[in-house]
Ligand binder design. Structure first.
Ligand SMILES: NC(=O)C1=CN([C@@H]2O[C@H](COP(=O)(O)OP(=O)(O)OC[C@H]3O[C@@H](n4cnc5c(N)ncnc54)[C@H](O)[C@@H]3O)[C@@H](O)[C@H]2O)C=CC1
Ligand SMILES: O=C(O)C1=N[C@H](C(=O)O)C[C@H](O)C1
Length: 236
């Protein structure tokens, strides 16, 4: 497969290493807004910056190149991308987190949220820890986790960074510590005890491998997909 890497930072480089190991070729590596011919690629993988993701993804869809995006912090334009993908009969996957481990963690989070819905003494909060170069807060993964709780527990209808403004809001605390690849902790606390589930990435390989697997999967497909489709999580 000929791959375009839109964003060639920490993740772009980790994806390149895994793509080459799996026999793919990198035909475009871009680290800024500059002209390139996206049609030379079979598939594009965007891990760039929040301000660049929409243009990168649109350019692929406008040229009928399937595109995977892991960039976080641009989702106010997600619906516009879905419409463009449908109009162009293109193929697109966004995931706040491409690792298998986090996608299993997303399922656990939803299951636990459902169980805790009946237990009013427990209050939930989310903590995420990332490296100090991260541009966005809270992390895309923490937002997906909060959405998973809200969908499964009527006690919550909103999330907020730092302090929860009322009992129906989930507080997300974002910590920035040198070199941490990504840790997410969900805690349910009552006056009596605390129940916690945690995912800790040891490095970026899980994110990168998941993105390459998604790129391999999306070739020849049409539509807007998620990592749940790629990993066929229901069958695990
Ligand atoms: N979904 C997932 O599994 C994961 C998502 N991420 C997200 O991926 C993004 C990138 O993360 P990192 O690689 O750690 O950041 P990074 O800062 O190391 O790399 C971003 C790269 O994008 C480049 N860039 C800036 N403008 C661009 C443009 N117009 N077109 C193409 N590239 C451009 C920058 O020069 C930089 O090289 C972030 O939004 C991060 O939150 C990170 C890890 C996993
Ligand atoms: O910026 C990062 O590094 C990461 N970003 C993603 C996010 O915002 O959730 C995924 C992962 O946690 C690493």
């Amino acid at each position: 497969m000929k791959i375009a890497l839109l964003g060639y930072g920490r993740m772009g480089k980790a994806i390149e290493a895994i793509a080459l190991q799996r026999g793919h070729t990198i035909v475009i590596k871009t680290s800024q807004d500059k002209d390139y011919d996206i049609t030379t690629a079979d598939v594009a993988i965007d891990f760039s910056v929040p301000s660049a993701a929409y243009n990168n993804i649109s350019n692929c869809l406008n040229h009928n190149v399937p595109v995977i995006s892991g960039t976080t912090g641009w989702l106010e334009k997600y619906n516009a991308i879905v419409s463009l993908c449908e109009k162009q009969k293109g193929a697109f996957i966004y995931a706040s987190n491409f690792s298998l481990g986090v996608n299993i963690f997303f399922e656990l989070n939803q299951y636990l949220a459902k169980m805790m819905a009946k237990l009013e003494d427990y209050k939930v909060d989310i903590e995420e820890i990332h490296h100090t170069q991260k541009l966005d807060a809270p992390s895309g993964t923490a937002i997906t986790l909060a959405e998973g709780i809200i969908q499964n527990n009527k006690a919550y209808n909103n999330w907020e960074l730092d302090k929860a403004k009322d009992a129906k809001t989930i507080a997300i605390e974002a910590k920035r510590i040198t070199d941490v690849p990504g840790t997410h902790i969900i805690s349910y606390t009552s006056p009596i005890d605390t129940i916690k589930i945690e995912h800790e990435a040891h490095n970026r390989q899980g994110f990168a491998l998941g993105a390459v697997i998604a790129a391999e999967w999306i070739i020849d497909k049409t539509g807007v997909f998620t990592m749940k489709d790629v990993l066929n999580i229901g069958s695990l």
